[in-house]
Design a protein around this ligand. Structure first.
Ligand code: TYM
Length: 331
């Protein structure tokens, strides 16, 4: 991405399950950095969340919680827009039109669907299969220049680019082609119980992740119990030492200390010392984070999201109008 030039940035998180350190380190903390230089739009993607069964009462709470997590992470609503996806109906309308541009073969390539649906491909919702198209609509509605996400979303952003190009070549130049932004470190935080699988809110065990709402003492226990590798040196080597490399990445990002410095700091020390320090750093982070999280009322957060939607609705509607005109459904 060209430096020192204001760009339009769009990203989002699903308000489902428990948002965790992976979401924060892989995506949200990067958004916080970007908001000082760019025009940022951060969406709580509630329509994505209902692609799997949700309890309506819990979903309502999770939507507010996701927005509070944005705010507690440092997203400033004076600088960035925070809004709820379902508040702007252009998202689903554009998704329908893009459905008619996308091919079954495009969606059949999506590895996340294969992972999520597993052996139940015939019984999961059509929405789960189609969700990358809704994601493409989210991005394209706002003339987005760049999309900062974790590594697991890169294939979906690539699909968005493909659909935008296909639409442009079929109907004339309409969409800006967005760039994918993946951070160098932290784009794939791995599970604490299994360093070969990503940290995930849909993991079978809560020992897999540190939720941003975990009690600090509980998070410390999870770190102390985290799986380690054979040997005892604290060195970064993803192939040979996936567990320690993952913990080093988390430590480095939370403490803002380069991995190389951490390797030197723990030369000659054991996993126990290293984990004890990381547990403390994690607890300190959560205490600060949760203090801020709890400082917002639900009402305040709803207002921030409503104002956010009000601010950008016209951009989405204008893009949709242009698309409808190109497709031929506006006289
Ligand atoms: P979601 O809700 O699964 O995840 C939100 C963000 O967190 C990142 N992430 C991770 N990063 C590093 N390590 C991990 N273990 C980890 N787990 C999750 C994800 O890559 C993501 O950036 N479809 C999207 C949400 C979405 C969206 C969009 C994103 C909908 N529309 C438009 C960007 C633009 C999703 O389900 O993310």
């Amino acid at each position: 991405m060209e430096k020192n030039k204001e760009k339009i940035i769009f990203s989002g998180v699903q308000p489902s399950g428990e948002l965790h350190l992976g979401n924060y380190l892989g995506a949200i903390s990067k958004w916080v950095e970007m908001q000082n230089e760019h025009k940022c739009i951060f969406c709580v993607v509630d329509y994505h969340a209902i692609t799997v069964k949700q309890d309506p009462e819990i979903l309502r709470k999770k939507i507010i919680e996701a927005a509070k997590i944005y705010l507690a992470s440092g997203i400033n609503p004076e600088k960035s827009v925070i809004f709820q996806q379902s508040a702007i109906s252009a998202h689903t309308e554009l998704a329908w039109i893009l459905n008619c541009i996308a091919r079954i073969s495009d969606l059949n390539k999506m590895t996340q669907f294969k992972d999520k649906a597993g052996k139940k491909q015939e019984s999961v919702s059509v929405g789960l299969y189609d969700y990358p198209i809704l994601m493409a609509a989210d991005i394209l509605l706002y003339n987005t220049d760049a999309v900062p996400v974790g590594d697991d979303q890169s294939q979906h952003v690539e699909l968005c680019r493909l659909l935008a190009k296909r639409f442009n070549s079929q109907f004339g130049d309409t969409f800006k082609i967005p760039e994918l932004i993946i951070r160098k470190e932290g784009a794939r935080i791995m599970g604490l119980d299994d360093p070969n699988k990503k940290m995930s809110k849909s993991a079978g065990s809560s020992a897999n992740y540190i939720a941003l709402t975990d009690k600090p003492e509980a998070a410390m226990k999870k770190i102390m119990k985290a799986v380690t590798d054979s040997g005892k040196e604290i060195i970064f080597n993803k192939e040979k030492k996936p567990a320690i490399s993952n913990l080093l990445t988390i430590y480095s990002l939370l403490a803002e200390e380069p991995v190389k410095e951490l390797e030197n700091k723990y030369k000659g020390k054991g996993y126990g010392d290293f984990k004890k320090d990381l547990a403390e750093i994690t607890a300190e982070f959560l205490i600060k984070f949760q203090k801020k999280f709890n400082s917002f009322t639900d009402e305040e957060v709803k207002e921030i999201m409503d104002e956010g939607a009000e601010k950008i609705k016209s951009v989405a509607e204008e893009t949709l109008r242009r698309v409808k005109e190109r497709v031929g459904v506006i006289q």
